[in-house]
Design a protein around this ligand. Sequence first.
Ligand code: ARG
Length: 578
Amino acid sequence: MAGLPELLSSALQPAFDRLEAGADPVVRPSTRPGVDFQANGAMPLAKRLGRRPAAVADDVARVAALDELCSAVEVTPQGFINLTLSDSWLAERLGAHAADPRLGVARVADPMTVVVDYSAPNVAKEMHVGHLRTTVIGDSLCRLLAFAGHTVIRENHVGDWGTPFGMLIEHLIDIGEEEAAHELSVGDLDTFYREARAAFDDSPAFQERSRNRVVLLQSGDPETLRLWHVLVDQSIAYFQAVYDRLEVLLTPGDVIGESFYNDLLPVVVRELDERGLLVVSDGARCVFPAGFENRDGSPLPLIVQKSDGGFGYPATDLAALRDRFGRLGADLALYVIGAPQAQHLAMCFAVGHSAGYLPSPGQAVHVPFGNMLGADRKMFKTRAGGTVKLVDLLDEAVARAGAAVAERSELDAEERAAVARQVGMGALKYADLSTDRIRDYVFDYDRMLSFDGNTAPYLQYARVRCLSIFRRAGLDAVTYMDGSVRVGLGEPAERDLAVALLGFAAAIDDTLATWSPHKLCAYLFDLAGLYTTFFECCPVLKAPTEDQRDSRLVLCALTAATLGLGLSVLGIEAPERM
Ligand code: ARG
């Protein structure tokens, strides 16, 4: 089932085609009272045809087959075509919509295989708030893509290789395997890393051992690899505990760490060389992709192999491109990584394309995000200036949600604990998802846990309010979703809510078009607001007639279903009661 803008667009298309084949009607929601949508396409078309916009709009409006869909079509002097949907058509549409478990969201006609590279913390290092953002945003994009019908391959590109591992393994030997495993498994990763770093900085002998250990690691020495595995396995178990708490889809099976690509790195160098892309610069093997410059205007190298023979982060990402578009047959790869890595990724994509790893440049997409800031609008840090542990954030959010829920609810202790978890975790995730991901956002428990405003608790509570109407009356919301009740749209609040409900598919489309979960959040927030207005103006159980009561119950059931499904594709649970 197509969304309203698509339906209007297809109805208008033949009329536009008569004037210019393929001209886009540009259908957008309208903010004018009494108008649902507007077609803006007459203006650019008039410009191309050298005609007056209103005349073009008139031509379109006169021949377009809109009788069934619209009760009013009005052309403005500027050349907008204002469209008002017909109530009877809307009512019919709503019936079909209610009966569709996907609430109007069609599965994509040509499903893609999409690799989503997200989370990617580093072994033996604490996950920081940047990892929270990539994990939450990446997870919702995975859910949205899967819901739209794509095949999703989650890849957790964990940092599990490189020169620091010499020092980390030597530190592990010094404190003993058991103690090391303990520190890492309880998430004391920072202490472990800091101590290793301190030993390295303090002692030339330790530095020497670390360097030798890197050589042993790279040459595949079995005992060294065993110790490396202790570090990796403990860290991954710890990351998984955080993922489980966060209720994201990631599993240990999704870990394709940097080390996975080790065998491919020499192959990448050879293939780049064969294509004539490699340049030796200061002993390092580099590629100079066109269009990338240093500050002084000199060409910027992507260093593939350092002068000491070691491979770095860029080589691994080139190998990952080769693997994703080759072995895995990806059609698209999303990289949910902070904005500071934009240049690194752009260079890898450019080189990957020249090397033939990336079939077309648009198939690898950086989905960047801004910083999470503290109340002081500076980088989010503990009071002592350290990295904030993610688990501490989660615990605090749930504890505060518990207090908020206890204040307002009559649930028993067990259900209250479950609701606190859903509200706390939901609030934390939604705060991240609801701001345009490119922007920095201020982390604020009070705001994210508020029952007012664009927050998870507000949406969760709106859904609970819809459902409680059914509970109070001893009715089952599901039975109002079979499309058998004709929805009446006499009140403006009913009509506004109905049009918004039918907009769910368009909201999902918009969200996926720019990989921006905040668009779905904004839609759900608007919907909840329209529901509140409807609820205030239109008595449901005390409606004047039985038909009206049933019709309004359909609107309530649909609102609850839309909020529930919308939150769930964002990765947020919605309690039945709170
Ligand atoms: N481990 C890196 C970090 O913590 C992120 C890796 C992102 N993925 C990638 N393919 N480069 O910054």
